[in-house]
Design a protein around this ligand. Structure first.
Ligand code: GLN
Length: 304
């Protein structure tokens, strides 16, 4: 396996040149565009890795998977999905368009920014600090990584430039989909996106989902039903408006982030974390996707 991963990294490294590092959040533009790394964890405790697997990057939209699980635990499935849909939007991740024009009065799904901001507004806690800390602690618990922490530079950069997200937050408040203080909701959202991770952290998130919400000790943290909801939404909406193409090419429940990460789940078997900060036009890691496609051909691990 290690040899296969080394070969894959070498083969797909050149694909990084076809994309661009995100620059709409200024701190993210400092990433090295040619970086490419992968971490694979399996149920027998084996760990395989190659390339730039130990570089730190911010989790960005992969955090939407984590916040969705906690919001469902905090509020129940029914309340959460009364405020956010379960269908692909067909629009880019940061699109505001359908919020006003669609007849449904809620964001299409929890994987696009508008839906994730609603989900963040549902995390419980006595104040904004407590809400974010609960989210961070939950993230640490399910990835079995107590070292996870906020990257303050990226957080400041996001909060200074995140005016489109801010406008969506206020629009959702005007529609009574968000209740409470919008700036506090955005603080949680921007902070959850700015948590530093490595490919190992997100591979662990993948393995947690692969094992239907169980830690490596066997302890169940969330129910198989909640993990099924999350994994289904990852398949249909996790790569935004290229989720269909990704499902054909890779065929695994996955979620990307503009920091360059991708988490992929091989049900009951493996968790995969990829780092590839050079992004395609849809904001997905370009070399990470071609690497995963190739790897799934080799491992014959597609769910379809
Ligand atoms: N923090 C980013 C944003 O709000 C997350 C987007 C992403 O990773 N696709 O724009």
């Amino acid at each position: 396996m290690t040899e296969l991963l080394l070969h894959m990294i070498e083969k797909h490294k050149k694909v990084t040149e076809e994309g661009k590092v995100a620059n709409y959040i200024p701190e993210l533009s400092k990433a090295n565009p040619t970086d490419l790394g992968i971490y694979v964890l399996d149920n027998d405790g084996n760990e395989f890795f190659a390339g730039d697997y130990d570089k730190k990057f911010t989790v960005q939209s992969i955090s939407k998977v984590v916040s969705l699980m906690l919001a469902i635990l905090d509020n129940g499935e029914e309340l959460v999905f009364s405020k956010v849909g379960m269908d692909p939007s067909g629009d880019p991740f940061n699109s505001i368009r359908k919020l006003e024009t669609s007849s449904r009065r809620k964001p299409y799904n929890p994987m696009i920014n508008a839906g994730a901001i609603v989900v963040s507004s549902m995390i419980k806690g006595v104040d904004v600090k407590d809400k974010f800390n609960r989210l961070l602690d939950f993230f640490k618990l399910i990835t079995e990584d107590p070292t996870l922490d906020l990257n303050s530079r990226v957080y400041l950069s996001e909060t200074e430039t995140g005016n489109k997200n801010r406008s969506m937050g206020y629009f959702l408040k005007s529609e009574n989909i968000i209740v409470g203080n919008v700036e506090e909701v955005l603080e949680i959202y921007f902070k959850q996106c700015s948590i530093d991770v490595t490919t190992k952290t997100i591979a662990r998130l993948g393995l947690f989902l692969a094992n239907e919400g169980k830690l490596s000790t066997g302890e169940e943290i969330i129910t198989p039903r909640i993990t099924r909801i999350v994994k289904t939404l990852m398949v249909t909406c996790g790569m935004y408006d290229s989720s269909g193409e990704f499902a054909v090419r890779v065929g695994l429940p996955s979620k990307s982030g503009v920091g360059g990460g991708i988490v992929s789940v091989i049900p009951h078997k493996m968790g995969i974390g990829v780092y590839s900060p050079s992004l395609d036009k849809k904001g997905n890691p370009i070399a990470g996707i071609s690497l995963l496609e190739d790897l799934c051909n080799e491992l014959k691990c597609r769910i379809f």
